[in-house]
Design a protein around this ligand. Structure first.
Ligand code: CP3
Length: 319
């Protein structure tokens, strides 16, 4: 969850005034950024430094990532013709730098490496809105008004995501996480009709890859059972649903990841500690709990808080 990011002074130094996408396209920099948080904290896994927009940028869409804003698409997709601008993705030739970063990281790391991709809905929301959005009104307008174009877009992005994740696993990624960060904007019926079929294809298509598959979203309390039906091994949950309640909804046969509110990490330590222990108490030491934040580390988070949090969780979960 943005393990490597602006809360780390050494990340800010590495980044300087470099463009994020440029960093993602330079294996040495992506490797260095991935490793930074592990030098500070005894983390149990590393997540590849990249961005969810890297594949679509390689499929022919102009994408910028603006600091404090997020992905920006100057020429948004609004019609069937626009969707045709997306070339099919061939990870080996279009994204060799990502696969190289994965291979280099496997030589450096003593903890598992998590590969990732954005989910089709979340990527599509940026492509259609042209940037971050509060209500996703253009995305929904296309979904409801041009359902065939929507399905085409989901299929195109779905195939790209599946191929991209398979390539990451082939290069050495030991788990994969699919970030559907903004899909919580949908109601369950629309999720089932407009998103679930593509997500099922992605998770089913990864079943043979032999690595744990994590499915994550924000504000997805009412979608958890449908997102589980897509077929992941692990469900990531944010802090809006208590983790024991979320786990009940998902089913105790799956693993869960979460779910401390990242904003809590800006509070005094005794609050962070109490909130983290509440998550552990609710997870009750059951096998299959991955302690994590419910979303990305915020830029003003004190590094010391993150370090103490990692130590606390290790201390309390040692067997
Ligand atoms: O977690 C990690 O350390 C791995 C790297 C990672 C980044 N982006 C690098 C990054 C991961 C896993 C992502 C995924 C990502 N990117 C998601 C899905 C996960 C989530 O957080 O919901 C989304 C929605 C994006 C799109 C995006 N890129 C946003 C919303 C932002 C933040 C904009 C801002 O400035 O606040 C980015 C930029 C970005 N990608 C940063 C990082 C570390 C911010 C730091 C910087 O500007 O250098």
């Amino acid at each position: 969850m943005r393990q490597s990011g602006r809360y780390l002074p050494e990340y800010r130094a590495l980044r300087e005034d470099r463009d994020i996408l440029e960093m993602c396209r330079t294996p040495e920099l992506a490797v260095a950024a991935t490793l930074l948080p592990l030098r500070r904290m005894d983390l149990d896994a590393a997540i590849l430094f990249s961005d969810i927009m890297v594949p679509v940028a390689a499929m022919g869409v102009e994408v910028r990532i603006e600091q404090g804003v997020g992905p920006v698409i100057p020429d948004p997709m609004l019609s069937e013709r626009d969707v045709h601008r997306l070339r099919p993705l061939d990870p080996e030739t279009d994204l060799p730098f990502v696969l190289e970063a994965v291979r280099l990281l496997r030589k450096e790391l003593s903890v598992p490496l998590i590969g990732f991709a954005g989910a089709p809905f979340t990527i599509a929301s940026y492509l259609i809105e042209g940037g971050p959005s509060r209500y996703y009104e253009r995305t929904k307008a296309l979904m409801y008004g041009q359902p065939e174009t929507w399905d085409h877009l989901m299929n195109t992005l779905g195939s790209a995501v599946l191929g991209y994740l398979r390539a990451q696993v082939a290069a050495g990624a030991q788990a994969v996480q699919v970030f559907d960060s903004w899909v919580g904007a949908l109601d369950p019926d629309d999720y089932a009709r407009f998103v679930l079929p593509t997500m099922r294809e992605i998770f089913e298509g990864l079943a043979q890859a032999g690595v744990p598959r994590i499915h994550f979203g924000v504000g997805t309390g009412e979608l958890l059972t449908l997102m589980r039906d897509a077929g992941p091994d692990v469900m990531g949950v944010d802090w809006r649903v208590p983790i024991d309640e979320a786990w009940e909804r998902i089913g105790l046969d799956l693993a869960v990841q979460g779910n401390l509110d990242p904003a809590v990490c800006l509070a005094p330590w005794d609050v962070v500690e109490a909130k983290a222990l509440a998550v552990l108490r609710r997870a009750a030491g059951r096998p299959g709990h991955i302690f994590n934040l419910g979303h990305g580390v915020l830029p003003d988070t004190p590094v010391e808080t993150m370090q103490r949090l990692v130590e606390l969780v290790h201390e309390r979960t040692e067997r």
